[in-house]
Write a protein that binds this ligand. Structure first.
Ligand SMILES: NC(=O)c1ccc[n+]([C@@H]2O[C@H](COP(=O)([O-])OP(=O)(O)OC[C@H]3O[C@@H](n4cnc5c(N)ncnc54)[C@H](O)[C@@H]3O)[C@@H](O)[C@H]2O)c1
Ligand SMILES: O=c1ccn([C@@H]2O[C@H](COP(=O)(O)OP(=O)(O)O[C@H]3O[C@H](CO)[C@@H](O)[C@H](O)[C@H]3O)[C@@H](O)[C@H]2O)c(=O)[nH]1
Length: 446
């Protein structure tokens, strides 16, 4: 099939490369000309495991091409995917300008029938708005092409985007148009093992809401576990034991039950906010989601609170080694990262930080700027030199099995604040290091 993909970000680029790998002829367009120039030369604009090789393979085979020319992209192929950013403001109002810009461009330039697919996460009713824009543009120039609009939300996770694209749990197709359903079914059938169960065809509004409901459920599980971690800390229980205890119930399942320093990233917070806001406008008060947001906001301050407790309020002039900045491992993405909240609170309290992250330091530096109270370190060990204590915020593999004896002898007052519960409290304490986890170890705050 010939596919046009608008948006070469974390999702668009991963999707484009995987579709090219599957043998399709893919033209990927982005409004950022410098991003496109780089991609044409094989330079990656973002960090995503396995993606660079896949892009190189697609370019070499001639199946993956990049363009900044929206007209060329609008004319390409049978199916055109909209995969641009849909940010939400502080209230949760979603900015659809990029989605509508793509729709306008397709309406202005398309010279034959097409299927347009909304893959961006967007509020219920967006596909109808896209359809209206297309209809308007076509009628303004007297064109009579048939352009069907479908919804196909994306569920990939950053850090495993290539794997998730190649092997999705399920594919949601929101469409009524038989030709659109047929094309998308053909496109996705090779990516799933049981198309009858994993290809879910539904109406467009249900598909749009499915995406928000999925992220809201994931965020709810995390906030629930973070609250349970508080209970565990006070009760002298270990949240990791509780996680295993409840995750083995098939009705609950083991995933997304990890207590930690709060959820971050470009999606969970944005989509929970947008869903709550849209419902609010319709007169529906979503009490659970408001609580999920409030709990996460509080949770992002948890490591700082534990440190303040450890230092008995005297955190000024302390030096904190901080491992991990990205919102999760295997990405350079800093959007809504819990580390940013910790940094701000430490700086406001007069502490200094020494940070290391395997991929996100350039993006983090661009956000926080150059300042005297941070040292950007090339290695995890370097970040420990001269520090009082260590905080783990992102569980990159390189941080998972450190030499605790070395940490004990390097830190001035050995203590680890484990924001992702990856260390064994007994092993850490045996090395002479105070261990604070989330809902385990010395995590009681009164
Ligand atoms: N990041 C994720 O893990 C993830 C997963 C599932 C769904 N989503 C959703 O997918 C969408 C894209 O997310 P992302 O993280 O890839 O965003 P991103 O910010 O990484 O990339 C978006 C890209 O779209 C480009 N763009 C903007 N306007 C354009 C236009 N008119 N024409 C062509 N390109 C244009 C931008 O320049 C940017 O490169 C969002 O709606 C998001 O909510 C994201
Ligand atoms: O048990 C868990 C799982 C995750 N997290 C945190 O939650 C955040 C988000 O993680 P994850 O969901 O793995 O990454 P995303 O790439 O943001 O993916 C989410 O958001 C995407 C964008 O909509 C969806 O496509 C994915 O299905 C959905 O998982 C990160 O800060 C994690 O540290 C936890 O605290 N505990």
């Amino acid at each position: 099939m010939k596919l046009a993909i608008f948006g070469a970000g974390y999702v668009g680029l991963s999707f484009a490369a995987c579709m090219a790998e599957a043998g399709h002829d893919v033209l990927c367009a982005d409004a950022d000309a410098s991003r496109i120039e780089g991609l044409q030369q094989g330079q990656m604009p973002l960090h995503e495991p396995g993606l660079e090789a896949l892009v190189a393979e697609g370019l070499a085979a001639g199946r993956l091409r990049f363009t900044a020319d929206k007209c060329a992209a609008s004319m390409h192929g049978d199916v055109l995917f909209i995969v641009v950013n849909t940010p939400a403001d502080a209230e949760g109002e979603v900015d659809l300008q990029h989605v509508m810009a793509v729709a306008r461009s397709i309406g202005q330039h398309r010279d034959r029938d097409a299927v347009v697919v909304c893959k961006s996460t967007a509020p219920v009713g967006t596909a109808e708005q896209v359809e209206a824009v297309l209809r308007d543009e076509l009628s303004q120039r007297g064109a009579v092409h048939r352009i069907a609009v479908a919804v196909n939300p994306e569920f990939l996770r950053e850090g495993s985007a290539v794997r998730d694209c190649r092997q999705p749990d399920r594919v949601v197709i929101g469409a009524a148009d038989p030709a659109a359903i047929d094309l998308l079914t053909q496109l996705y059938a090779p990516f799933v093992t049981d198309p009858t169960k994993q290809l879910l065809v539904m109406d467009r509004r249900s598909a749009e809401l499915t995406k928000y409901a999925a992220n809201a459920m994931l965020a709810t599980r995390i906030s629930f576990m973070n609250e349970m971690a508080r209970v565990a800390g006070h009760a002298g229980a270990d949240i990791e034991m509780v996680r295993r205890g409840i995750g083995s119930d098939r009705r609950i399942g083991p995933d997304f039950l990890q207590a930690g320093a709060g959820y971050g990233g470009s999606c969970l917070a944005k989509d929970v906010r947008a869903l709550r806001h849209a419902a609010d406008r319709d007169g529906q008060v979503l009490r659970i989601l408001s609580a999920v947001e409030a709990a996460n906001h509080e949770q992002k301050g948890r490591l700082f609170d534990l440190m303040t407790h450890h230092f008995e309020g005297d955190i000024a002039h302390k030096t904190i080694a901080l491992w991990g900045l990205a919102f999760k491992p295997d990405t350079d993405d800093m959007r809504d990262a819990p580390s940013l909240v910790l940094l701000e609170r430490l700086w406001a309290a007069g502490a200094r930080v020494q940070v290391h992250d395997p991929a996100a330091m350039p993006n983090a530096r661009a956000i926080v700027g150059e300042r005297g109270d941070v040292r950007w370190c090339d290695t995890p060990e370097d970040a420990l030199e001269g520090a009082d204590v260590l905080a783990l915020v992102t569980e990159w593999p390189v941080f998972r099995r450190p030499a605790f004896a070395r940490i004990a002898s390097t830190l001035k007052t050995p203590a680890i604040f484990d924001g992702r519960n990856v260390y064994d409290a007994v092993e850490v304490e045996a090395a002479g290091i105070a261990y604070y986890g989330i809902g385990r170890g010395r995590s009681v705050l009164r």
